[in-house]
Write a protein that binds this ligand. Structure first.
Ligand SMILES: [Zn+2]
Length: 545
């Protein structure tokens, strides 16, 4: 959140001269350092905008002489980029997170309990949910159990999600509520027991499902308020688009309502979860667009996360004997979804973290490549790859969708989970980039911060905000600043089949851009940056003042 107040630098002047000069446009932005983000990486000084589209980009004098504008905007030499896209985010989870107990950054179990108590004394919920704990930040880095939670909340069900959303800690009241016992078996999930074979309250991956389906919905009014707040946060960073990684059928109506009644202008590329209703929706509607909402992909969950040891590996975890993680969707099921995608023209975007899962997907995507060389099917995260499998990304045309901040966040424990040798294929964005020739770049918010400048720093310098590690985390896997920016603009548009409309500031594209407070640089230190002005299709949606 920005705290400094800065002067509004924009001078919006209504031009007084009438149309004697030339063609009339709505707006001219001039005296700018415009990064067009085309392949040749051209820059320009000015652009003319009409009806929400870019009419022409070029030198100041050329644009000023040729067009007569209703408004002129002096950018005072600042950098302008196409609006950034976050290629993998979770708006709905983020909204819910804002309405639940925020456990991010908790340093101990006691701090966690304190936050839950404080929240409940304010909201008096019948079912308490929270999100964001991460035991790797605690002194002993061991998974918590629910003993203290049971003592504090003997009757109210409590469900607290881990930061990665792949594990929950629930109390006894919650286990009773959903009927999970130490004898329960849930395919694709793990119920963690203690040495006396009792439930600890920790549920991993599919074992969370019975609980998550019981979590009561928040009132729609509260959710809409949270979404509008998030939209403002995104614009503040110059983000104008999000690839929403997995929505339920009911969410389609929710987003349409946000667009129609609440002026939600963010470009929303929503991936459908493969539920029966969503599959029926895809079959009925095919590629579906409604104003700024585009639906033409499925999001499939193939395994869990590395932090909670749910990611499915070829060889056992280095820090848990005989444990491989789990495949959360059977291969037969994924094959079915793949053929539905082929039939409906939808893109398949599959969450794959472990090297075994990635190998399965790279093989599964070979079929679509035979019939469509430009399928753009994505692997979300592509986090741990067996070095022998990298070439399959190029061979089968598989689009890697990565979140560089994960690399520097997971540095605390990734090597413990994988061992040194497997680290050579982990968070390997340079190698992935060389294979496919493009990356789709995002943050996975609210797992990580939405700040795109942290992403740039992590991708280019392989360091976290604090500059750790000083020498960069497996620095040979760094990508260039230009590649990272393309992953958030032009390649992001390509990854969502919107390259004719978005992602570059060329003639004919949407006038969707950000004027930044400071130029973007590849300096070795993290440099916070913000948008001074964010525009979507010719309309100002945010100014710093
Ligand atoms: Zn995600």
């Amino acid at each position: 959140m920005r705290s400094i107040s800065i002067l509004l630098f924009l001078v919006l002047t209504v031009s007084l001269h009438s149309c004697y000069k030339g063609k009339s446009v709505d707006l001219i932005v001039h005296n700018a350092d415009i990064h067009i983000m085309d392949d040749a990486e051209h820059t320009a000084e000015a652009m003319a905008i009409k009806d929400g589209k870019i009419i022409e980009v070029g030198p100041d004098r050329q644009i000023m002489n040729k067009y007569d504008a209703k408004e002129e905007m002096d950018a005072e030499g600042r950098s302008i980029y196409p609006g950034f896209t976050d290629c993998h985010g979770h708006l709905l989870s983020y909204a819910e997170q804002k309405l639940t107990v925020d456990l991010t950054g908790c340093r101990s179990m006691d701090e966690l309990l304190l936050r839950v108590e404080k929240y409940q004394s304010r909201y008096h919920r019948k079912f308490i949910s929270g999100r964001g704990w991460d035991q790797s930040l605690w002194a002993n880095d061991s998974f918590p159990d629910n003993k203290k939670l049971n003592a504090l909340f003997p009757n109210t069900p409590v469900c607290l999600s881990r930061i990665d959303g792949h594990a929950v800690l629930v109390n006894e009241a919650c286990l009773k509520h959903v009927g999970i016992t130490s004898q329960s078996k849930i395919e694709g999930g793990i119920i963690i027991l203690n040495k006396y074979n009792e439930c600890t309250g920790l549920l991993i991956d599919r074992a969370m499902d019975p609980v998550l389906s019981m979590v009561p919905e928040f009132p729609k009014k509260e959710l809409i308020e949270a979404m509008k707040e998030i939209e403002g946060e995104l614009y503040q960073y110059g983000i104008t688009g999000v690839h929403e990684a997995g929505i339920e059928f009911a969410d389609i109506a929710f987003f349409k309502d946000l667009i129609d009644k609440h002026d939600f202008r963010l470009n929303l590329y929503a991936m459908l979860l493969p539920s029966r209703e969503n599959i029926a929706f895809a079959r009925k509607n095919g590629i579906y667009s409604y104003k700024n909402l585009l639906i033409r992909s499925f999001k499939v969950m193939a395994d869990g996360a590395l932090g909670s040891r749910g990611a499915f590996l070829k060889k056992p975890y280095a820090d848990q004997h005989g444990h491989y993680g789990v495949l959360t969707t059977p291969v037969s099921e994924m094959k079915k979804i793949a053929s539905i995608c082929e039939e409906t023209g939808y893109q398949m975007n599959t969450h794959a973290i472990g090297d075994s899962t990635n190998a399965i997907l790279l093989d599964l995507y070979a079929r679509i490549f035979e019939v469509n060389k430009d399928h753009r099917w994505r692997i979300e995260h592509a986090q741990v790859i067996d070095p022998e499998d990298f070439s399959l990304f190029a061979k089968n045309g598989v689009f890697p969708s990565v979140q560089p901040v994960h690399a520097v966040s997971d540095q605390r424990w990734a090597e413990q989970r994988l061992g040194r040798k497997r680290m050579l294929g982990a968070y390997a964005y340079r190698t992935l980039m060389n294979q496919y020739g493009m990356l789709a770049i995002g943050t996975d918010f609210p797992v990580e911060s939405i700040d795109p400048f942290l992403t740039i720093h992590a991708a280019v310098n392989r360091k976290n905000a604090e500059g750790i590690p000083g020498s960069g985390f497996y620095k040979n896997e760094q990508i260039t600043l230009s590649e990272c920016l393309k992953g958030m603009t032009s390649w992001a548009a390509f990854a969502s089949f919107q390259e004719n409309q978005l992602g570059t500031l060329e003639k004919g594209k949407d006038a969707t851009f950000t004027i930044l407070e400071r130029p973007i640089s590849a300096n070795p230190d993290y440099e916070p940056n913000f948008s001074m002005l964010t525009m979507i299709k010719g309309k100002v949606v945010y100014t710093a003042e």
